[in-house]
Structures are given as structure tokens and as C-alpha cells.
Design a protein around this ligand. Structure first.
Ligand code: ZN
Length: 100
């Protein structure tokens, strides 16, 4: 049984903390797409900082890892459940992009 989109959205939002806006959408190929936006930061002028993952099994982790790292770098005082997994997030990201 898969959780509904709304339930996934709530769960992800709860982990991401109050600075994140999480949305879960369904792509044209029926894959779930997780988007996490920062309520404070701009990625480009006028555009909210956000992660956008699609087309992979690890969408959730991919988006959450990037968000967790953003949070720890840009909002050191922020509290969120996902920060518990910061070390793992950094390790996973380095695994995916060894030279980054
Ligand atoms: Zn931010």
C-alpha cells in the first residue's frame, strides 16, 4: 500500500520543518515529484530557493538531503527533524557527486 500524495506531503513537511514548503506532485510518468522550497531564501532573484527531484526511486531522499544541507548552511539556528540526518545527507550527496 502506498501512502496518498497528501499524506506524503504532510510527512515530508513535518520532517522539513517550518522554513520549508513541501509539495508532492505526480509527473507525467506517474512518478512522485518532491519539491521543497525555502520560505526565506531566493535561489535566483525573485525565485524561491527550491529542490526539485523527479524520475528516481530516491526522490524523497534526494530532495530532503539537499534541503537538510541548505538548512544547516543557511539557517544554522533552525530546528527541523531532518537535521538529525545531516551527516547521512552529506555522505549520500558526496557519494552521488564525488567531486562536488
Ligand atoms: Zn533558506
Amino acid at each position: 500500500m502506498t501512502a496518498s500524495r497528501a499524506a506524503r506531503e504532510r510527512r515530508a513537511a513535518a520532517q522539513a520543518g517550518p522554513l520549508a514548503t513541501v509539495s508532492v506532485e505526480t509527473s507525467s510518468s506517474d512518478a512522485l515529484v518532491y519539491k521543497v522550497r525555502c520560505v526565506e531564501c531566493e535561489g535566483r532573484p525573485g525565485v524561491r530557493w527550491s529542490t526539485y527531484r523527479s524520475g528516481q526511486d530516491n526522490d524523497f531522499l534526494g530532495a530532503m538531503d539537499r534541503w537538510t544541507i541548505h538548512l544547516s548552511r543557511k539557517h544554522p539556528g533552525a530546528e527541523a527533524e531532518c537535521l538529525e540526518f545531516l551527516d547521512q545527507a552529506v555522505a549520500r550527496l558526496q557519494e552521488r557527486h564525488p567531486r562536488a
